[in-house]
Design a protein around this ligand. Structure first.
Ligand SMILES: Cc1cc2nc3c(=O)[nH]c(=O)nc-3n(C[C@H](O)[C@H](O)[C@H](O)COP(=O)(O)OP(=O)(O)OC[C@H]3O[C@@H](n4cnc5c(N)ncnc54)[C@H](O)[C@@H]3O)c2cc1C
Length: 487
């Protein structure tokens, strides 16, 4: 078998018709010397990388491609259906915080720092936390990750998603060079055609509103859970709906905490409720619960909402279930139940005083994992590749991990003179990241299932396990390293 045929069959060399005039586009001949990827004098519609989706994952990839000296000459376009102007011009008020907040691990923040994004994120609106209290809402067994004054390690940084998007857009503007096409939806994706000197029959062609078409050497789906790119590539995504909604809100808590901050999570049989610190005396709430309770939380008066959430961290799951069925006067019910119930107040968060106006909303929760992250000339990143229950705060971090892994793969392909769209070039991304994500998705899914019951034998076994892990400092530190995103 001739080596040229073999390379072509593996996608390293596109099929090019013989011609006297050399086609003018991105380098395509296999060469042992690092190639530069000519990005000038190419047909208008040809791109090295077309990214669909301008959420955190898509913008992180575009920024990484532009900030890497190896990939900065690739021709990159990003298409987003929504208006990116809102993130670009974001001017937040001091006292109001978005209800879409993510806990970014030190690993993710390190990568954002490396690509020059972190300096553009408004740091006065980011809150680090160093301790974690996680407990079983039925048995009360607990695992604690405490603030250690000596090695004050940060568990995660609470960051509004819009703050991150603003930072990414600012960095992209600083770098220049990427074509951002927003307020424009992808309307269809098909294969290219044989252009005589250039056979594009395996290249994806992205059709956007207004009839314009972009031809992609590599098409990246960063287009969220219902990814049109994934559908085009024929990659199955499997999993299940949890039958739970994640209710979120921004709340004000009692007292002004010091530098040491703690995150709290209580596992109730209907799903976990978490309170995570924001700057000042604010915190963000994520309560994974039944669609009925989520719908009720959105309708409650602010005083009843506050009582319901304070109760969810303190009362028995039976009390909470009773209150969740009430139409009103929940705050009086909470006061009474609190006065007659012996409460274990150690390790619960400060009392919630207020909920920020219009900050209560909810999202259906599901688990999905694509069968593969790549196919010929296609790669998936972020929620397009996987969707995970938010109980471990890992979804966005996994998306950033995907970008970190994909950019490493693309750099290696460019340096080796390979075709970045071929499965041969993309394979290291899939093998590196798929296993890593599978492990995390599996653990999160099992935790949700293990704690989603009040059945006495299951509660006894899981409580024993939690107490045992809590007593093993070595194991706890290993868990924290994983959660911190150490690669
Ligand atoms: C309640 C809740 C709490 C969470 N908390 C955390 C946390 O603490 N930590 C964490 O790491 N993660 C968390 N997550 C997960 C995190 O929010 C997501 O994983 C992350 O936002 C996904 O980013 P993405 O860029 O992959 O996708 P998205 O943000 O969904 O972006 C996809 C983009 O693609 C665009 N798009 C889609 N189709 C088209 C089309 N046809 N044409 C053009 N554009 C298109 C969309 O407009 C969208 O902007 C949480 C999720 C929930 C629901």
């Amino acid at each position: 078998m001739s080596p040229i045929w073999w390379l072509r069959s593996r996608g390293a060399i596109p099929h090019i018709k013989s011609s006297t005039s050399r086609p003018q586009f991105i380098a395509f001949r296999y060469s042992p010397v690092p190639r530069t990827y000519a990005t000038t004098n190419v047909p208008e519609d040809l791109y090295d990388v077309v990214i669909v989706g301008g959420g955190p994952a898509g913008l992180s990839l575009a920024t990484s491609l532009r900030s890497s000296s190896v990939t900065s000459r690739l021709r990159v376009a990003l298409i987003e259906g929504l208006d990116l102007g809102a993130g670009r011009k974001w001017k937040p008020s001091i006292e109001n915080y978005s209800n879409r907040v993510s806990s970014l691990t030190p690993g993710s923040v390190g990568f954002l720092n490396d690509i020059g994004v972190w300096k553009h994120v408004q740091r006065n609106r980011v809150q680090a936390y160093h301790g974690m209290q996680v407990w079983d809402g039925v048995s009360g067994s607990r695992i604690e990750f405490n603030w250690d004054a000596k090695n004050s390690s940060t568990i995660a940084y609470m960051t509004e998603n819009v703050n991150l998007v603003h930072g990414l857009l600012s960095r992209l503007e600083e770098l220049g060079g990427a074509q951002l096409i927003d307020k424009t939806r992808v309307e269809g994706i098909s294969f290219g055609e044989d252009r005589g000197t250039l056979d594009l029959r395996t290249w994806p062609v992205v059709q956007i509103a207004g009839g314009r078409k972009l031809v992609a050497r590599l098409l990246v789906g960063a287009d969220g859970a219902n990814s049109p790119v994934r559908t085009f590539a024929g990659i199955e995504s499997r999993g299940w709906d949890y039958g739970r909604h994640g209710a979120v809100a921004t709340v004000k808590i009692e007292g002004m905490p010091g530098a040491e901050r703690t995150a709290y999570q209580r596992f109730l049989p209907t799903g976990p409720i978490a309170l995570l610190p924001l700057p000042g005396n604010l915190a963000t709430l994520v309560w994974s619960t039944t669609p009925e309770i989520a719908a009720q939380l959105k309708k409650l008066s602010s005083v009843d909402f506050v009582a319901m959430v304070n109760g969810a961290f303190r009362l028995s799951h039976v009390d909470i279930a009773y209150m969740a069925k009430m139409d009103g006067r929940i705050s009086e019910e909470y006061e009474w139940r609190q006065s007659v119930t012996p409460l274990d107040m150690a390790g619960v968060p400060s009392t919630i005083l207020e909920v920020q106006e219009n900050s209560v909303s909810s999202f259906p929760l599901k688990m999905r994992h694509a069968d593969s992250y790549i196919s010929e000339r296609v790669a998936l990143v972020g929620d397009a590749a996987h969707t995970v229950h938010p109980l471990a705060g890992q979804g966005l971090n996994q998306g950033i991990g995907d970008v970190q892994s994909l950019i490493k793969t693309l750099e290696a392909a460019v340096q080796a003179g390979q075709d970045i769209g071929s499965t041969l070039s993309l394979e290291p991304y899939c093998s590196d990241q798929y296993l890593r994500n599978s492990l995390m998705i599996g653990v999160v899914d099992k935790l949700h299932k293990l704690y989603g019951t009040a059945s006495p034998p299951v509660v006894a076994v899981r409580s024993l396990g939690l107490r045992a892990v809590n007593a093993m400092e070595g194991l706890k530190s290993m868990i924290m390293k994983q959660a911190a995103g150490e690669r």
